[in-house]
Design a protein around this ligand. Structure first.
Ligand code: XMP
Length: 510
């Protein structure tokens, strides 16, 4: 495996992804992990990430200098390169001017990092400081206009530094460089497969859980579905899943979950059919935040009641925590998830229901989770499922929520999904759904005038849901969506397409 020491760069996760894409396992660990600890864990290579601080600054995060004496190959990226230079006796010049963006780099000496690459390469720079003098034993391998030491190396000690960022797509050959580091320099074997992850994780789960039982809240989303399949494979009947049907799910979603997890997988699944309870509490409520609050607290109540009825051997709660949720807690500058704790007091559950956590996906990125799901035999409609908000269709029904309006939206939404899923590239669309508006407009049907509801169609492309652009659906697809909704869904006589991006709009309408 390869250890990535995190100095707080926004793109540290990308280093991990690029390495894992080569089937080499890696972990992002604390920037101040000791050489002794690393020696014990014996990685085949160490990467020092970039970061926002300035190495000459006394308070900036440093590494254990003994790392460089372990005999393990090291690659410093940006801040990591400067830290390497600083620690080994070179000097770093605080930058007066920030270099940011594309640069051309010329390779001037042979380096295993650049094996097989052309001598002139485009790279992505993002730094203020730079290495002024290299430490003894190092040679410059590549230069750019702004940076005489765009890359440095000490071949005897297998220590490398690059001022640019090989992990981002704007360094087109960056992937090859990281491949060279992992395979040519660190001699990794590239045998990290999802099947192996599944085997190892099942063993760990059994060890952690022992004879105890595990409770899992199954939502039908990708993460909880994969956790369910994984836990079931590991501990079988010691797993109890609770699924809360809040009456605000998409068409036939609850039945699909019962069929797949309850019947096909044979998981001990407890479904709380609580639609009426939720709808009762939502009666007359049209404020989005109030809807969310009511749904959130009712969910906890219903879930807790089901959970109390389960085996008193339940000591653990399964959670679909993913790697991006835990990473920031190791960075020197902290981050939004720095406060995430790994045990107890989860999700607002009452005091009598506090458990230790089982988080078998903690080390995985989303696309790896999908791969594990496939490995475990989950169908594509589960592993490739689009994100769906916790409050469900409630935030897509603008205004009052009634059983009739839920039915109209479910039917319209089904047609949006069916038509878009006919596109061969539908997996490129991040989310697509229908929204029911609280207005009525005039139409004609045959000889009659109609006065019925409007449905808005929303389809967006996005990487992470934080920003998004409206998806340029082909006209034919829009056409068939509109035709089918207007002809097949009673109560709707007009369809609009939402052409706003986020920001300033959001993906959901509420
Ligand atoms: P917005 O609408 O804020 O949505 O652009 C960003 C992403 O988050 C999802 N979303 C939610 N997910 N509970 C959730 O679990 C919520 O209350 C919620 N609101 C929005 C949304 O579907 C999109 O993927």
């Amino acid at each position: 495996w390869i250890a990535i020491l995190d100095y707080g760069s926004q793109v540290t996760q990308l280093i991990a992804r690029r390495i894992r894409e080569q089937k080499v396992y890696c972990e992002i660990i604390r920037f101040d992990t000791s050489a002794e600890e690393l020696k014990k864990r014996a990685p085949k290579g160490i990467i020092l990430s970039g970061g926002p601080c300035s190495v000459p600054d006394e308070d900036s995060p440093k590494c254990d200098p003994a790392l460089f004496d372990l005999g393990i190959p090291i690659l410093g990226i940006c801040y990591g390169m400067q830290l390497t230079a600083h620690t080994l006796g070179g000097s770093v010049k605080p930058g007066l001017k920030r270099e940011y963006g594309k640069a051309m780099m010329t390779i001037t000496k042979d380096s295993p990092l650049f094996k097989g690459l052309a001598p002139d390469l485009q790279v992505w720079m993002s730094h203020g400081d730079k290495v002024e003098t290299m430490p003894e034993g190092f040679e410059a391998v590549a230069e750019s206009d702004n940076c005489p030491y765009a890359t440095m190396q000490n071949l005897d000690r297998n220590i490398f530094g690059v001022q640019f960022h090989p992990e981002v797509v704007h360094t087109p050959q960056g992937k090859e460089m990281l491949w060279n580091f992992a395979f040519k320099v660190c001699k990794c074997s590239g045998d990290w497969e999802m099947s192996k992850f599944v085997e190892d994780t099942i063993r760990q789960i059994r060890k952690q859980v022992g004879e105890n039982h595990v409770l899992l809240g199954l939502s039908g989303g990708v993460d909880s579905s994969v956790v369910a399949a994984l836990l079931h494979k590991a501990i079988g009947t010691q797993l109890h899943c609770v699924y809360v049907d809040n009456g605000l799910m998409r068409y036939r979603e609850t039945e699909e979950i019962e069929d797949l997890f309850g019947r096909a997988f044979g998981i001990d699944l407890h479904v709380a059919h609580a639609g009426d309870l939720f709808l009762g509490k939502l009666k007359g409520v049209s404020d989005p935040e109030q809807k969310r609050k009511i749904i959130g607290s009712t969910f906890i109540d219903v879930f807790a009641e089901k959970a109390r009825g389960l085996s008193d051997k339940v000591k653990f709660l399964g959670q679909g925590t993913l790697y991006p949720d835990v990473i920031e807690s190791v960075s020197p500058i902290g981050g939004p998830s720095a406060t995430i704790k790994s045990h107890h007091n989860v999700g607002g559950l009452p005091d009598d229901l506090q458990f230790d956590l089982v988080e078998p996906l903690r080390e995985l990125f989303k696309d790896e989770v999908r791969e594990v799901g496939r490995e475990l035999g989950l169908p594509s409609y589960v592993v490739d499922r689009q994100p769906f908000p916790g409050p469900g269709l409630a935030v897509r029904i603008i205004g009052d929520i009634t059983p009739e309006r839920i039915e109209v939206l479910q039917q319209a939404d089904l047609r949006v999904r069916e038509e878009i899923m006919k596109m061969t590239n539908h997996l490129d669309v991040w989310q697509y759904f229908a929204v029911l508006l609280p207005i009525q407009t005039v139409g004609v049907m045959g000889d009659d005038r109609t006065y019925e509801s409007v449905v808005a169609v929303r389809a967006v492309e996005s990487r992470d849901g934080m920003t998004a652009d409206w998806y340029k659906l082909p006209y034919e697809v829009m056409d068939s969506i509109s035709n089918r909704i207007i002809n097949e869904v009673p109560g709707v006589n007009r369809v609009c397409y939402d052409i706003s991006s986020k920001p300033p709009s959001t993906i959901e309408w509420e």
